[in-house]
Design a protein around this ligand. Sequence first.
Ligand SMILES: NC(=O)c1ccc[n+]([C@@H]2O[C@H](COP(=O)([O-])OP(=O)(O)OC[C@H]3O[C@@H](n4cnc5c(N)ncnc54)[C@H](O)[C@@H]3O)[C@@H](O)[C@H]2O)c1
Ligand SMILES: O=c1ccn([C@@H]2O[C@H](COP(=O)(O)OP(=O)(O)O[C@H]3O[C@H](CO)[C@@H](O)[C@H](O)[C@H]3O)[C@@H](O)[C@H]2O)c(=O)[nH]1
Length: 341
Amino acid sequence: MKLLVAGGAGYIGGVVTRLLLDAGHEVVVLDDLSTGRRDSVPDGVRFVQGRVHDVAAEVLDSSFDGVLHFAAFIEAGESVKHPEKYWENNLVGSLRLLDAMRSAGVRKIVFSSTAGVYGDPDQLPIVETAAARPPNPYGASKLAVDLALSGEATAYGIAAVSLRYFNVAGAHRCPDGTMVGERHDPESHLIPIALQVAAGKRDGLQLYGGDYPTPDGTCLRDYIHITDLARAHLLALSTMDCDADPATGRLTVPRESATGGHRIYNLGSGTGFSNREVVEVTRSVTGRPVPFEIAPRRAGDPASLVASSEKARVELGWVPQRPSLPDIVSDAWEFYRRELH
Ligand SMILES: NC(=O)c1ccc[n+]([C@@H]2O[C@H](COP(=O)([O-])OP(=O)(O)OC[C@H]3O[C@@H](n4cnc5c(N)ncnc54)[C@H](O)[C@@H]3O)[C@@H](O)[C@H]2O)c1
Ligand SMILES: O=c1ccn([C@@H]2O[C@H](COP(=O)(O)OP(=O)(O)O[C@H]3O[C@H](CO)[C@@H](O)[C@H](O)[C@H]3O)[C@@H](O)[C@H]2O)c(=O)[nH]1
């Protein structure tokens, strides 16, 4: 397939791009480098620097089979302080991307949704039919795109898959032995920050909140290995199909018989780890001290997010190969040490 990867210079988009290339697909990356890096895009891939908002319409044409859409701002905490930034980038950008796809007759999209749409769930693990109560504008902007995709699939018969990632971590090992990992700058995520402390680059870290209704009072999250997460995108693509007007290649009318539709899958390992446990695992994997203190809660953080990925297992055949947190942290640590030298 010929695929546009929007946000392909980022952490997850960069790894998915590599897997797509390994599988023989043709990839064009569109990224404005607002948080991504040019050197995350593998050699030999056409790279277009620009925002999805306007540049997707210039890049897409009917030769494309589909789009993988990673382009977004991703920090829940920041979104509470600057909600407008998240609505404008995440929702408006996605709507413009859908407009561009419609005009070009591109009929498949895999979208990076998030566990952040659920808020505090009524029960764990979280299934896709659980109520969505986003606790921050970031999650709300992603839920709005999920809803827009449902409408687009109903009206125009496109095939859309929303993958709701839980907490993505670790580093991907490429066939040539190189590793691709998380390089957000500034870094806000727990595991890379804990590794920076272990490496002596920070004196310590703060754990936001010690009074959550969890066994040790710190938040519970479900960590999924980047390689497992990336594989799910290829599986999703392989299950997508939709009808098109053979004359124009475009879907411009509602089509009852379309084989597309919008599907949603939770992607996690199915085990919750508290923030304190993440620090303990980091200590044990690195063999270094990781001092921390309990700080006030971060606004917009739900207490516990743990996935049921049963639907992805049954319908996509997706089974995480490296679900253990020590393995995930160990791969992230190996990548981090290589980056340092
Ligand atoms: N990292 C996680 O744990 C996690 C969990 C759930 C969902 N997600 C989602 O996965 C996707 C990728 O996350 P990531 O961790 O790789 O983040 P990232 O910041 O590394 O990647 C996002 C990429 O999108 C680009 N971008 C942002 N806005 C753009 C725009 N308007 N036009 C073009 N490019 C734009 C950035 O430059 C960056 O390269 C995001 O949509 C995020 O919401 C991530
Ligand atoms: O210095 C830090 C950084 C984080 N945390 C806590 O660690 C947990 C995990 O936080 P973080 O690593 O920032 O990830 P999340 O806020 O859970 O969000 C990630 O995971 C979500 C899915 O669950 C995605 O939607 C987001 O894009 C992605 O950033 C939360 O309880 C944070 O409060 C700390 O205590 N101290």
